[in-house]
Write a protein that binds this ligand. Structure first.
Ligand code: MN
Length: 232
């Protein structure tokens, strides 16, 4: 059995009859403890979100793809071709991809502002950093029901703010606005309800205290070099 680190997601690879390699998706470990994001995100929300919700998406995804050709694709390839697969693969594969990104951009000791190339691109596209935060908060606040707000790199290599319903994401070939997500904000009630109840805007204000722009800068570097942009 080989172990492979791909974009931060641990995939366990093993040979299956017919020569294809099947991938079993696994819940990623967090680089901080559940209580470390308090008071902005409470420990119980973090623990349930990671061990129940995300684990559930991983389990359901593995069950849905077992023995199918979807089991031969890594998570990014799966998103890029999601129109070929079932609703269960779309919802749970999206859930796995989205949460894996979300945990990575949160930090108890975040860099609170972008710098370098990312800041230059933000100034060019949105005027300034505050405008970008407002647009992201608005995208999250106005997403009816459950979903995500995103900062993406478009196929033209520009930044854009967008949002998707449910566990969809801009990498999916069914998304209205496509691009590689470099920041995602979970606006499902399960992400904030225990602490913020119905007050989604309060959660969207608090989240800026734990988003690490150093991670987002790294995601930008990776996105710009990604071959996936040319396939959109
Ligand atoms: Mn969630």
């Amino acid at each position: 059995m080989n172990k492979n680190i791909l974009n931060g997601t641990l995939l366990v690879l093993f040979a299956v009859p017919g020569g294809l390699t099947a991938q079993v998706h696994e819940l990623p470990n967090l680089s901080y403890k559940y209580a470390d994001l308090e008071p902005h995100i409470d420990a119980m929300t973090m623990e349930i979100h990671h061990t129940k919700h995300h684990q559930g998406y991983v389990n359901n995804l593995n069950n849905a793809i077992e023995g199918t050709d979807a089991a031969t694709l890594n998570i990014e390839e799966l998103m890029m071709n999601i129109s070929k697969y079932s609703t269960a693969v779309r919802n749970n594969g999206g859930g796995h991809y989205n949460h894996s990104l979300f945990w990575k951009i949160l930090s108890p000791k975040p860099q609170l502002k972008p710098s370098g190339e990312l800041m230059e691109m933000i100034d060019e596209e949105f005027g300034n950093f505050d405008n970008l935060k407002s647009e992201l908060s608005k995208a999250g606040a106005t997403r009816f029901g459950s979903g995500w707000a995103w900062l993406i790199v478009t196929p033209e290599g520009k930044l854009a703010v967008t949002s998707t319903p449910n566990q969809d994401n801009p990498l999916m070939d069914i998304a209205e606005v496509r691009g590689i997500p470099i920041l995602g904000i979970d606006v499902w009630e399960h992400a904030y309800y225990l602490k913020y109840q119905n007050k989604r805007p309060d959660y969207l204000e608090a989240i800026w205290k734990v988003i690490d722009w150093e991670k987002v800068e790294k995601n930008l570097e990776d996105a710009i070099q990604s071959p996936l942009l040319k396939k959109m």
